[in-house]
Design a protein around this ligand. Structure first.
Ligand SMILES: [Zn+2]
Length: 385
């Protein structure tokens, strides 16, 4: 089979759709919540064996609390081109046992199950794409490829971030296997930066009947602060602050001495991230007898639509056009590990994984008929970037 042309490559993957679905099923049935190390490690072991069958060089990066991060290198001998970094994660948001309530099944043209879209299907695509490219080129890739599958993406990537950044620094481009946006399968060329902060208020406790005047109510102070924080929201420039949780006080008849709030921050630009950080740290108590302190930080810088990102998107759009479809781009609020690599200035394209619906929800599913197109697009990009 001649598979030089994108259309031939698409045909190749259409013939292998069933195999791709089988791999997805195998991965979904291995549950892998971020906080259960041994379960994520089991996924890593299975994937290591499948990729080493293809000739990939396996390296596990130890992680204390999380599963080992899995790095797989394909280094065709004598090929000096910079590698492409394929970026994914093995962990999911679903606790062990979810699979019995939402079993992996194929129906209505989709594969369903916990973590199927985000992002077991993305990993399966990478596996079958590498397998195909080896087959097309006599067992040797046309360029070096590194695949990094981390185990803590759903909980902020603290233990894998340095590895991601190191490998991205060596790469020509980063292709992120996160799900596409929407059922039309748009890729993601902008993602918001994400931060989490905790505001702690300290007042003075007192008996609410005997010593009411001696008390300094931390809950009231917190209420003022929450309103102040909500003034920083600016939807037009993509800045949101969500006071998602508050707590305070001990008993109804005690003037509360402590109260706290946790705040989720999203920004579209790094500049706004710095600005919001500064404003949160500058919060002053309304009641001079209370004190406020803020902890936390911006955890993920935004993935901004830089020229490098846009350039990669245009290549992908041309490729898709050759395959007969219009590949749209989207800006989204959620962060991914692509945020880290794009903010280093490495050309990054996100949302190259599967097309589907319901990430992190009961109806999480992947559209099967879209899989061959996604595989052909990924294969094309690996060859050309
Ligand atoms: Zn994900």
């Amino acid at each position: 089979m001649n598979v030089r042309e994108p259309a031939d490559q698409l045909g190749y993957f259409q013939k292998r759709q069933k195999e791709i679905v089988e791999t997805i099923r195998q991965l979904v049935e291995l549950e892998s919540p971020s906080d259960v190390k041994q379960s994520v490690d089991r996924v890593g072991t299975v994937l290591a064996s499948r990729f080493s069958e293809l000739g990939g060089k396996i390296k596990f990066h130890p992680a204390e609390k999380f599963g080992k991060h899995l790095q797989i290198d394909f280094r065709p001998r004598g090929n000096k081109i910079k590698p492409v970094l394929l970026l994914g994660h093995m962990d999911t948001v679903y606790p062990i046992g979810t699979i019995s309530k939402m079993p992996c099944r194929v129906s209505k043209g989709r594969v369903w199950g916990p973590g199927v879209l985000d992002m077991k299907a993305g990993i399966a695509l990478a596996l079958h794409v590498i397998e195909a490219m080896l087959e097309w080129n006599n067992g040797k890739l046309t360029r070096p490829v590194t695949l990094l599958l981390v185990s803590d993406e759903e909980v902020g990537s603290a233990s894998s971030r340095a590895i991601t950044e190191k490998l991205a620094g060596d790469a020509a481009a980063v292709l992120v296997l996160e799900p596409a946006y929407g059922l039309h399968g748009a890729v993601k060329t902008a993602r918001k930066g994400v931060g989490e902060y905790t505001l702690q208020v300290t007042g003075v406790a007192a008996h609410s009947g005997l010593d009411f005047e001696k008390g300094q109510n931390a809950v009231i102070e917190l209420a003022h602060q929450v309103l102040e924080i909500s003034k920083l929201v600016d939807p037009k420039s993509g800045v949101t602050l969500n006071v998602g949780k508050i707590s305070g006080g001990t008993r109804v008849n005690v003037v509360p001495a402590t109260a706290k709030a946790t705040i989720d921050v999203r920004v579209a630009s790094a500049k706004d991230g710095t600005e919001i950080d500064r404003k949160l740290r500058a919060l002053k108590p309304f009641n001079p007898h209370c004190s406020v302190s803020i902890s936390g930080k911006m955890n993920r810088p935004p993935l901004e639509r830089t020229d490098a990102v846009a350039g990669l998107y245009l290549k992908a759009r041309d490729l898709a056009q050759g395959l007969g479809w219009d590949l749209a781009e989207a800006a989204v609020g959620g962060g991914s590990d692509g945020n880290f690599t794009a903010s280093l200035g490495i050309p990054t394209l996100d949302g190259l994984g599967a097309v589907g619906e319901g990430a992190h929800a009961e109806h999480e599913s992947v559209v099967i008929s879209e899989l061959p197109r996604r595989a052909a697009l990924l294969a094309g990009l690996i060859q050309m970037v």
